[in-house]
Design a protein. Sequence first.
Length: 343
Amino acid sequence: MKKIKSSFFKLLSVALIGVLLAGCQSGGNAVKGDGKSSGSDDFPKKNIKFIVPSSAGGGFDTSSRQLQPFLQEALGTNLVVENHDGGGTAIGTRMLKNSQADGYSIMMQGTPHLHFSYLTAGDVGYKLNDFVPIGALTYDPGVIRVRRDAKWKDLKELIEYAKTQPPGTISASVSFRTSNNFLALKQLEKATGVEFNIIPYGGGNESRLALLSGEVDLTHAGAFNSINMADETRVIGIQQPSNDWPNVTDNAKTINEQLGIEIPDNSSTYGLFTLRKVKEDYPDRYQKLVEAFKQAVENPDYIAKLKETGEYEKVRYIGPEEYEEMVNSLEKELKEVEHFFKQ
């Protein structure tokens, strides 16, 4: 009888130790009281929604689809691209805001596009702090393009001509009123005294088509976002301290150099965003997105593809922490010029 009891307690002790060890091993996958995983899981287990807050063919859309296959490979799942244009990117951005905060929805957005969408349109249903960067992808310097057959050889000639004409004679297309391109032209107007007829077309593709069709005289766009129209157009000014991209900008002089003025640099940065709650509630899932994004951007095949189209120089990977600092700092700067965007 004593031997039976002794064996029973030995077995019980082994069982208890096994339970305790199993509990320790599963600590990395423990579930918090709110039902959300505090550790790693099999994410992603299904397709991820890839929101593009503009129409097909624009800069956001092109950059997203160029990255898509390589990000899919890094994540091991499909990315379903959804275009939700309208509201100066506010409609698509609101789609992300209203999605479930589980890591299965991401968005390609731009800065300052994201800022303008809520700084200039009243209550759009979200604020900057609702989102967190996964990382930045591109840096695109602002340029002014005209058609190849335009009568002005450079921006200086165009401005001199505009000064002899009634206000609004020179028409200009931009993607959105809430864009860095619109801001750039307003700054140029203020510095030169010229008044353009600035027309927002609701997307980069539509804006560029307006120039090609002759609806407008010029467009302000990103050098790389507008590279697909390089054969039919030429760059007559770049809004940067120096032209570090001569091969894709017709070696144009800077705007300040040509006109003897001082207007701020102009550019846009594209990046990947998700909901801040994903980082807070599913930190491991967020980290997987961050690592997969970096892996995709550094994929040799992705780099080779962009080199084929002459777009590789636009790639400028920035990690999420540094990019978030840039995003927050830019918000403060843009609040000082938001009056340009009021109707």
